[in-house]
Design a protein around this ligand. Structure first.
Ligand SMILES: Cc1ncc(COP(=O)(O)O)c(C=O)c1O
Length: 392
């Protein structure tokens, strides 16, 4: 047998998803007959709107079943560019858009083509759990910029300034945020842009996948619209999964500097080729259609998010940034003295509640609860959480 390890160092360093481990355990307990309530969902519980499904079905019937251009169907690239230009005020041409297999592949492709060993990715923490893994797969190291519930999980400009070194290559912004629900306001983005103007080597990626899911009083601003002078080094990642309830369709996009888009397209052409052709026609109907369906789902999430916040705030000893967007809450339960993994395992074993440990997102004092479930399920889950914490 060979004397080198079977797995590459890259694969050895890869962390399996903790969220999947919790979900698998919850599923097993349910199969064993246990009464399990899950607030761990990372996807809308709504069906993809009918007109989108119909458009994909029609494309399938009409023979949109062959390989397509690696960068995406031209009509969809045009439509995404038009959406960015009109809805987000980020002037974009079709050549600056790549259609990807979800927002995740947009991030993966971008990181692969702009990062090299020795580069540092600046990652505000808590963070969505795939960012560090995707950065490390591209050979970069990750520098965390921590924040907590007391500071509203916000990245402060002076914190960013202090963290930047000559090796800093990419800043990751995610607003609305998974897991915290924090939404960056325009003045905050302007203050971050002022720092970045002093450091021209730092590129920025803005993950806007939850852009439509905003609590009342909050609005979404694309960073490239707030700082148009920096637009050539700002990349926007977005997709259809969360806003249009299309998680399984696997369609997202990367937009920005066309040289980078061309490199990311070349990478895609050598790895996954094009995104499923007929699915892209469903996405085309979605993005060119009325936003009514998106707004209806967002309104439903607003009610559920408010219920989740209200119930959490009523629990003593728990600190919470009332989520401003997305469909999660990320309370700090550190007062109860358990690390997040222990707490989540005990919640599952003792009261049948599945939630995700904060350690997966870089904060071991917190847990993530989702409101992408019915209000009855939210109430059931919060009853269980309260019962467990009171009994500690
Ligand atoms: C912050 C964030 N970015 C990106 C993604 C990836 O989305 P997609 O399903 O489009 O790959 C997710 C999915 O959970 C997410 O939460």
């Amino acid at each position: 047998m060979q004397d080198r390890a079977l797995l590459s160092p890259r694969a050895q360093a890869l962390q399996p998803s903790l969220t999947l481990a919790i979900a698998a355990k919850a599923k097993q307990l349910r199969a064993d007959g246990r009464d399990i309530c899950s607030l761990s969902a990372g996807e809308p519980d709504f069906e993809t709107p009918a007109f989108i499904r119909a458009a994909a079905a029609q494309a399938l019937e009409e023979g949109q079943t062959r390989y397509g251009p690696a960068a995406g169907e031209p009509a969809l690239r045009e439509a995404i560019a038009a959406k960015l230009s009109q809805e987000n005020q980020v002037a974009t041409k079709a050549a600056e858009v790549l259609v990807t297999n979800g927002g995740k592949q947009a991030l993966f492709n971008l990181f692969q083509v702009i990062l090299a060993p020795g580069d540092e990715v600046l990652l505000p923490s808590p963070y969505w759990l795939s960012y560090p893994e995707i950065a490390q797969l591209a050979g970069a190291s990750v520098k965390l910029l921590p924040s907590d519930a007391d500071q509203g999980f916000r990245l402060r400009p002076e914190q960013l300034e202090a963290a930047i070194t000559p090796a800093s290559r990419l800043l990751v912004l995610n607003s609305p945020s998974n897991p915290t629900g924090m939404v960056l306001g325009r003045p905050e983005l302007e203050a971050l842009a002022a720092v970045l103007r002093r450091h021209p080597q730092v590129l920025v990626v803005c993950d806007e996948i939850y852009e439509f899911l905003l609590a009342p009083g909050h609005s979404h601003h694309s960073f490239a619209a707030v700082a148009p002078d920096l637009a050539d080094r700002i990349f926007t990642v977005n997709g259809f999964a969360k806003g249009w309830a299309m998680t399984g369709w696997r369609i997202g996009w990367l937009a920005g500097n066309r040289e980078v888009i061309a490199a990311a397209t070349a990478l895609q052409s050598q790895s996954t080729s094009n995104v499923c052709t007929f699915a892209q026609y469903g996405a085309l109907a979605a993005i060119t259609g009325s936003r009514d369906c998106v707004q209806q789902m967002a309104a439903e999430f607003n009610g559920r998010r408010a219920l989740l916040s209200e119930r959490l705030m009523a629990i003593r000893g728990l600190k919470l940034l009332a989520p401003e967007g997305a469909f999660y809450a990320f309370p700090d339960v550190g007062e109860y003295g358990l690390d997040s993994m222990t707490l989540c395992n005990r919640l599952l074993d003792e009261v049948g509640l599945a939630v995700v440990p904060g350690v997966a997102f870089g904060d071991d004092r917190c847990i993530r609860l989702s409101c992408a479930v019915s209000p009855a399920t939210i109430n059931d889950g919060l009853d269980r959480l309260e019962r467990f914490l009171v009994g500690l």
